[in-house]
Design a protein around this ligand. Sequence first.
Ligand SMILES: Cc1ncc(C[n+]2csc(CCOP(=O)(O)OP(=O)(O)O)c2C)c(N)n1
Ligand SMILES: [Mg+2]
Length: 671
Amino acid sequence: MSSNLSPQAPVFTPLTGAIRALAMDAVQQANSGHPGAPMGMAEIAEVLWRRQLRHNPANPHWPDRDRFVLSNGHGSMLIYALLHLTGYDITIDDLKNFRQLHAKTPGHPEFGYTPGVETTTGPLGQGITNAVGFALAEKVLAAEFNKPGHEIVNHHTYVFLGDGCLMEGVSHEACSLAGTLGLGKLIAFWDDNGISIDGHVEGWFTDDTPKRFEAYGWHVIAAVDGHNPEEIEKALLAAKAVTDKPSLICCKTTIGMGAPNKQGSHDCHGAPLGKDEIAAARAHIGWNHAPFEIPDEVYAAWNGKPRGDSFESNWKRRFAAYQAAFPAEAAEFERRVIKNELPANWEATKAAYIASCREKAENIASRKASQNAIAALVPAVPEIFGGSADLAGSNLTFVKGSKGVTRTEGGNYCYYGVREFGMTAIANGIALHGGLVPYTATFLVFSDYARNAIRMAALMKQRQIMVYTHDSIGLGEDGPTHQPVEHIPSLRIIPNLDVWRPADATETAIAWTAAVDRQNGPSLLALSRQNLPTVTQNVADADIAKGGYVLSECAGEAQITFIATGSEIKLALDAQAALAGEGIATRVVSMPCTNVFDRQSAEYKASVLGGCKKRIAIEAAHPDFWRKYVGLHGAVIGIDRFGESAPAGQLFEMFGFTVANVVKTAKALLS
Ligand SMILES: Cc1ncc(C[n+]2csc(CCOP(=O)(O)OP(=O)(O)O)c2C)c(N)n1
Ligand SMILES: [Mg+2]
């Protein structure tokens, strides 16, 4: 429910005039985009960005800067205008190129394209959720690194969000957890304009938002006139003063404020205003300059560099004092937060851990092997930050060195509660913040709940490690609601996501360490509930790390190549032995990560897939994905329907994962 307050028309100033003009002119020039939100939030933006935000346009990467997230990412021209006006490396030409190919000003703000854009937004609800991750990372790092008298981690996370973000369910997941954890340095501004794409929201969004957030344990400042700078600033200062709860500032605004005939209507949400209305708006707001022309005195008033320089140099002085007093901690902070490097002894740690797995050669579930990996890696790589969506005991993600974050204390583990989407998008914020390497966990079947945040991790090239267990019908009695079928293949086709399905403890160790090593994207580990035998005794670590390799060659010319993953590797090996007994030579390829395998050289891939054109893929998942490896002359033993509730052994039998069926399939292919 939006408040009854009607916002007053603002006193239009050149400061906000510049935002409004840039937004309407850039959208007009691109002939697409969203002028309404930037024009409606101009006063809020001016107060935050010019008066309160502690940022440095000359150095967007300064570690203790405040973070800003435009969760209503469709209003991208707002952040581009702010970045340009305050002095980031965004030129007026970049604004003229709004939404054009390879411009620094893409349709929605994209991390990595635009200096000053902290996260990619546009999928509504995820920006505020990333922001919860930023604030959580800040809290955890502050608890870890700050010392009495030395607050080297001390910044706010500010979010702009619209009605759309509040309607999205993920905002509930994230904001509920933010309240529980008391993330006091998170401050959100709600652009309460009563409008979304389909029109006035009364027909579909009548929540009492202030009460909703109070119920989460937030500090709520209701009924602020979002066009009155003094009221906005007063609310912002009140929000900063409350340090044990996140704050929501509810700002009543008029969408498109300043466009005299279109403001207040969904017409200005996502379409150019048109030449006539832009001319009328110019007159209405008193902006008498040509498109993309900003007077020097307006630039001077917006310039954020002098403030930014003093914020950053002040922090540098404080960091130097910290370095002098706590050299080891300062070096660790530099390594993790500033340089984003793994520990100096990482290669040795990794090799020693993999060697220990080989030595033990335990026949354990890959989820258990994953837990062993976490337990070994956490002490050596303290930036690893875990969590599970209420399945720690099933995902096996909590280890001896894990400590849950609470309202009052830091830690290296988050009890995310039953919030798969929220968890995954929060972890994206943690990864983007820097200084932590998040892993998250749930049952593989619930990857669907998290899916758009998985996609965003991949799009933003963020290192998040997804520990997804109970990877097939092998989970047994919980039945088809819990048995993934289509998930593994459908996850493999998300660009820049590495999906691992390891076959034993050593493959699991290599998958885990590859995921930690990977700087430019997420990795997903699909892990078994059931025990798996050791199969990699005679294989080099380096081959496993290639994502696919020949696990078992045959004497003489192979008639068939089996390709399998995870729990089906043993079946392939058994079938190979049975066929050998009948004089049929076959080879077995283990393909724990098709994505990594696909990046190998053409020669290597050909050597693994083999000269013989008859190939059979075996995987307890939807078969279609394997066609690209087995071709039309091959066969796939997979599952193209939902599972059943029964003990796992019976299910594997029923779905044809038996030596007899594999042998039969092979013979049929040869005949
Ligand atoms: C998850 C998701 N669903 C749908 C959309 C498409 N979309 C973009 S903006 C919008 C309406 C947003 O309304 P509001 O946040 O109130 O923005 P305003 O119109 O006030 O600027 C929708 C449905 C989207 N970007 N993300
Ligand atoms: Mg709205």
